[in-house]
Design a protein around this ligand. Structure first.
Ligand SMILES: Nc1ncnc2c1ncn2[C@@H]1O[C@H](COP(=O)(O)OP(=O)(O)OP(=O)(O)O)[C@@H](O)[C@H]1O
Ligand SMILES: [Mg+2]
Length: 410
């Protein structure tokens, strides 16, 4: 059996916090058993590697490993994807199809975002967990399968149970062994380690010297709440690695990339508390908007030396209330930023394009329009690949599908 350091090395896990180590040790111990495991943790904490550790360190390692993102499969096809269907069982079912539970027989299935499963699918899953059996869509024949299930969630399933969205019996069956991945703010000693790793990775990727932090910036990095956890730290390090010419990152430069703490308390205003998943997604989109706006303003400050002259039009001070409390004050229906700022004419058309921010909210853009524009741009960037666009926007694919429909972006 591999020890914890070997596991970290093999699976690229950086960090040494006792909270994380304890969960990795637990994972190593339970891996060779057939126990069902539920990986719990906020978005971006690094859950995805755990089911792989489990599979690779079990007797099933030569069997299949199938990872299913339950949030990404449309409700209408999820049962057929998971359990298969008979020919002619619904319009378009031209041939019989095997589902993942049949294909992964003697292997492991990772059900990511398990809280997103529709209730009817939850009932089918419970049957697999309790009796090791399932029925294909449109069939009456009971089939056996020997699959180990590892599930993950970044939503509070107990709350989902209270809201009638998740079956309590399924929760207890899945939660045989919980593995709790701590948020980054609870493993502060790991923050600088991770930053150094990411900055050296991106330096290599972009063929530039690695960025590093001043002492003051280090203190800011460690103190920050990291609502998007390691994914956010990685993204920010990548952005800074690409954008910042001065490779020693000061506290002020760093702060322009971080989401303000006040903003963290916004989401309740955006959505009813009953839909935690949407609530997280809306919040993430809003973070991203604020994030991009602040970065754009920061970039513009550098790009346009005479921006000072425009101060009467655009609040360039990043502490200006427009950037600090965009929604907490009275939830403005529109983001109030003046007309787009012209670029200095010393840039060629090509350079201008390169520096052009993705979207620049104008006085007439509502939050919805900004969101629509972000989604449109993300789809464009990823040539219509929804999975990648969703990853980029840090929302689930299902939310992206919904938004595409809502905004008529198909
Ligand atoms: N300990 C770690 N060391 C190095 N990289 C890490 C670590 N934890 C997470 N990462 C990186 O952070 C990113 C986010 O991790 P991951 O995709 O596993 O998050 P998650 O917990 O599944 O989030 P979500 O609930 O949003 O799906 C990935 O790029 C992953 O490689
Ligand atoms: Mg994940």
């Amino acid at each position: 059996m591999l020890d914890i350091q070997q596991i970290k090395q093999r699976f690229g896990i950086i960090g040494n916090s006792p909270l994380l180590n304890r969960e990795i040790e637990k994972t190593i111990l339970i891996a060779p058993t057939d126990l069902t495991v539920l990986i719990i943790g906020e978005s971006g904490v690094g859950k995805e590697v755990f089911p792989q550790i489990i599979h690779q360190n079990s007797s099933r390692k030569h069997g299949s490993y199938i990872a299913v993102n339950c949030g990404a499969i449309p409700e209408g096809t999820i049962d057929s994807e998971l359990f298969g269907h008979e020919k002619g069982s619904f319009t378009g079912a031209l041939a019989e199809r095997k589902g993942y539970f049949e294909v992964a027989d003697k292997g492991t299935i990772f059900l990511d975002e398990v809280g997103e499963l529709p209730l009817a699918t939850q009932a089918r899953l419970l049957r697999v967990l309790e009796y090791g059996e399932f029925i294909k869509v449109g069939s009456s024949k009971v089939q056996k399968t020997n699959v180990r299930i590892v599930a993950a969630t970044n939503v509070d399933l107990l709350k989902a149970i209270r809201n009638g969205k998740f079956r309590e019996d399924l929760y207890y069956r899945l939660n045989t062994v919980p593995v709790n991945i701590p948020p980054l703010r609870d493993r502060k000693d790991d923050i600088l380690l991770l930053f150094r790793k990411f900055s050296s990775d991106f330096a290599e990727k972009y063929q530039m010297p690695p960025i590093h932090l001043t002492e003051e910036a280090k203190a800011v990095l460690v103190k920050y709440r990291w609502p998007g956890n390691i994914r956010e730290l990685k993204n920010i390090t990548e952005r800074m690695s690409i954008i910042e010419q001065e490779r020693a990152i000061s506290a002020d430069v760093l702060k322009a990339y971080l989401v303000t703490p006040e903003f963290d308390q916004l989401p309740a205003l955006m959505n009813s508390d009953s839909d935690q998943r949407t609530f997280n997604n809306e919040r993430e989109i809003l973070y991203q908007i604020l994030f991009d706006m602040r970065k754009d303003i920061n970039d513009l400050k550098k790009l346009v030396p005479e921006l000072g002259k425009l101060n009467s039009q655009v609040p360039t001070d990043l502490n200006h209330p427009v950037y600090q409390h965009p929604v907490s004050q009275d939830i403005p229906k529109k983001i109030i930023v003046d007309e787009p700022v012209p670029y200095a004419d010393e840039y060629t058309e090509e350079e201008e394009k390169e520096h052009e921010p993705d979207i620049f909210p104008t006085a007439t853009m509502s939050l919805n329009e900004v969101e629509k524009e972000m989604i449109r741009k993300a789809l464009e960037r990823h040539k219509g690949k929804r999975r990648n666009a969703a990853l980029d926007l840090k929302i689930s694919e299902r939310t992206l599908y919904r938004k595409i429909k809502e905004y008529g972006l198909e």
